[in-house]
Design a protein around this ligand. Structure first.
Ligand SMILES: C[S@@+](CC[C@H](N)C(=O)[O-])C[C@H]1O[C@@H](n2cnc3c(N)ncnc32)[C@H](O)[C@@H]1O
Length: 265
């Protein structure tokens, strides 16, 4: 295994390609991943209105930054690879974010590798971008495909719904360190909520497409271990910086104590 880019008592971050590094991982408790979205979503990011904006249209440079996601879309091969690896290494929950159009493909791929499909959840993206063209409804949520190996399942969420209503990460500093450093960064409160509900103190979570390391930051805050892989050095650097400034949690805490859940339904 290659040397970590960053490590502490709970989190290890590798700079490299998941295609090379995932096969070297033997076992984790949970797999929580936010892979690149399908070509449809990346392609849609370059609609006519947005291309106009690229040329200096009415929404200006900030909007242009949103358009360029800076990484390539998901391929069928990469989905199949991640699904097979998730099934191989994970003993408990497998949770994969996707655009809603691709959620059934994730369920199929994970089931093909022997996992039980449990539920499709939704992250309601509070405060997300409206449909600027005005000719159709805007996308307001993302899907989470939730799977588990066959056998007994348990979570800490009781009878709660698989719906998480959490504000998006804005492009400005927030008190809870969720300042946006990655174009598709997940909110810390969202990842904290998932980790609190699906995993237990001391367990290990794998995120092989870690971006700015939100899964790792939330894990560290709740006393879970995390293994992160990210192939873009600038995202790795951002992740390492976020992880460094996060205190190691060595005793069990409730997520309520550690996250601002004011926005959660
Ligand atoms: C949707 S983003 C994850 C964002 C992350 N959840 C966060 O909060 O910052 C997906 C990430 O996967 C990375 N990625 C794509 N293909 C990869 C691969 N083969 N190996 C490792 N990382 C990869 C991209 O560079 C990108 O940063």
């Amino acid at each position: 295994m290659t040397a970590p880019y960053y490590s502490d008592e709970l989190v290890t971050l590798y700079l490299g390609d998941a295609l090379d590094l995932l096969p070297t991982i033997e076992h984790v408790d949970h797999f929580i991943a936010d892979p690149p979205y399908s070509e449809h979503v990346h392609g849609a990011a370059r609609s006519r209105v947005m291309r106009d904006n690229d040329r200096g249209g009415k929404y200006g440079a900030d909007f242009r930054r949103n358009v360029d996601l800076g990484f390539t879309h998901l391929t069928d091969e990469f989905r199949a690879f991640l699904a097979a690896e998730a099934a191989r290494v994970t003993s408990r929950w497998v949770i994969v974010f996707s655009d809603t159009e691709g959620a059934h493909l994730w369920a199929e791929a994970l089931e093909d590798n022997g996992l039980d499909y449990v539920r499709t959840g939704a992250w309601i993206k509070r405060g997300s971008t409206p449909q600027f063209s005005g000719d159709r409804p805007a996308t307001g949520f993302e899907s989470l495909t939730i799977c588990h190996p066959t056998g007994r399942k348990r979570w800490n969420g009781g009878g709660a719904h698989a719906v998480w209503d959490v504000p998006i990460v804005l492009n400005r500093a927030r008190a809870d360190k969720s300042e946006r450093v990655h174009p598709t960064q997940k909110p810390l409160a969202l990842m904290g909520s998932l980790i609190n509900q699906f995993t237990d103190f001391g367990e290990t979570i794998l995120d092989p497409v870690a971006g700015s390391g939100t899964t790792g930051v939330a894990a560290k805050r709740l006393g879970r271990k995390a293994i992160l892989i990210e192939r873009d050095e600038k995202h790795c650097e951002a992740a390492a910086h976020r992880l460094e400034s996060e205190q190691t949690q060595l005793v069990p805490v409730t997520a309520q104590e550690r996250f601002d859940f004011g926005a959660l339904a």
